[in-house]
Write a protein that binds this ligand. Structure first.
Ligand code: ADP
Length: 284
């Protein structure tokens, strides 16, 4: 079944063309990396898929833009679909900046993921049920940080905050997880751990994951499929292991750190066991 379908999507901000006639299909259960240089359109595409941004009708040559999520229209011809609000509940989003409420406990932040299932804002976290709190604690254990449940979110490290943000999407019970540069501000060890968690969630909970990344090495290591954007257009869509240095030069330029060193090839993504909370394997 198709999880995400994007057809003929264009987006202009004034004269700036952020997306140019983008079409793609992502099947349920896939783990897909979205790569490209800064400004290539990765965030804009993610924001369209989750309905935070509306595409432009009739800008493209091939027909009206349309985005479907799990078979239902999210937006069509430059308009948000009537059911888009309900459909957003199927999509968990993780941003680079974590977006946790720093003054609240980590557990309270994770509980906020339940709001997608509550008809209307209930105003106080005291209204969450014991079952919901238990599920939030389980989600924190799932991402390997059960011990920080009662700490203020602002006291966590960047990697811990990102894991709490992932836990918040897990309690939302969405079928699709969109992560917009989730490791961009993390040190390599925290970045690896966050990617391991996303890969485990994809494999074990069968959640479709789309992860935008600047770092190609992580796409090759954790995501079987990569979609590459340049100037708002898809220039590569295929197995991550098929990415070549020449493609990367076209994406990032000649002096790019993203080039795959011939003497240190990354292992392509393959199914792995769930990571131990405190022992995440290093890069091969
Ligand atoms: P990426 O995520 O790959 O870094 P973005 O999707 O953030 O790229 O941006 C794509 C292009 O669209 C950039 O040139 C950016 O400056 C522009 N852009 C994105 N959002 C806006 C906005 N709200 N207003 C104006 N320009 C924008």
């Amino acid at each position: 079944m198709t999880a995400i379908s994007v057809r003929n999507l264009s987006k202009h901000f004034g004269k700036k063309r952020a997306l140019d006639n983008v079409s793609l299909e992502i099947q349920r259960g896939e783990m897909v990396a979205l790569i490209g240089a800064s400004g290539s359109g990765k965030s804009t595409l993610i924001r369209h898929i989750c309905g935070l941004e509306i595409g432009q009708a009739g800008q493209d040559r091939a027909g009206q833009s349309r985005i479907e999520v799990l078979g239902g229209a999210m937006q069509d011809g430059g308009r948000l679909a009537a059911k888009a609000r309900n459909m957003r509940r199927n999509i968990g989003v993780v941003f680079q900046q974590f977006n946790l409420v720093g003054r609240m406990s980590v557990l309270s932040n994770v509980l906020l993921g339940n709001l997608g299932h509550i008809p209307g804002w209930r105003g106080t976290l005291g209204l969450f049920t014991a079952g919901e709190k238990q599920k939030a604690r389980e989600a924190l254990a799932r991402v390997g940080i059960p011990e920080v449940a009662w700490q203020r979110a602002s006291t966590l490290s960047g990697g811990q905050q990102q894991r709490a943000a992932i836990a918040r999407t897990l309690v939302q019970r969405s079928n699709i997880l969109l992560a917009d540069e989730p490791i961009a501000s993390l040190d390599p060890s925290s970045a690896r751990r966050v990617m391991e968690i996303l890969a485990a969630v994809n494999r074990d909970e069968k959640i479709t994951c789309v992860v935008s990344l600047h770092q190609v090495e992580y796409a090759r290591r954790y995501c079987p499929r990569t979609i590459a954007l340049r100037d708002g257009r898809i220039v590569f869509d295929g197995p991550s292991s098929a990415l070549t240095n020449q493609m990367l030069v076209e994406l990032y330029g000649d002096n790019s750190e993203e080039l795959i060193l011939p003497d240190a090839p990354m292992q392509p993504a393959k199914p792995r066991r769930a990571p131990e909370p405190d022992r995440v394997p290093a890069f091969a």
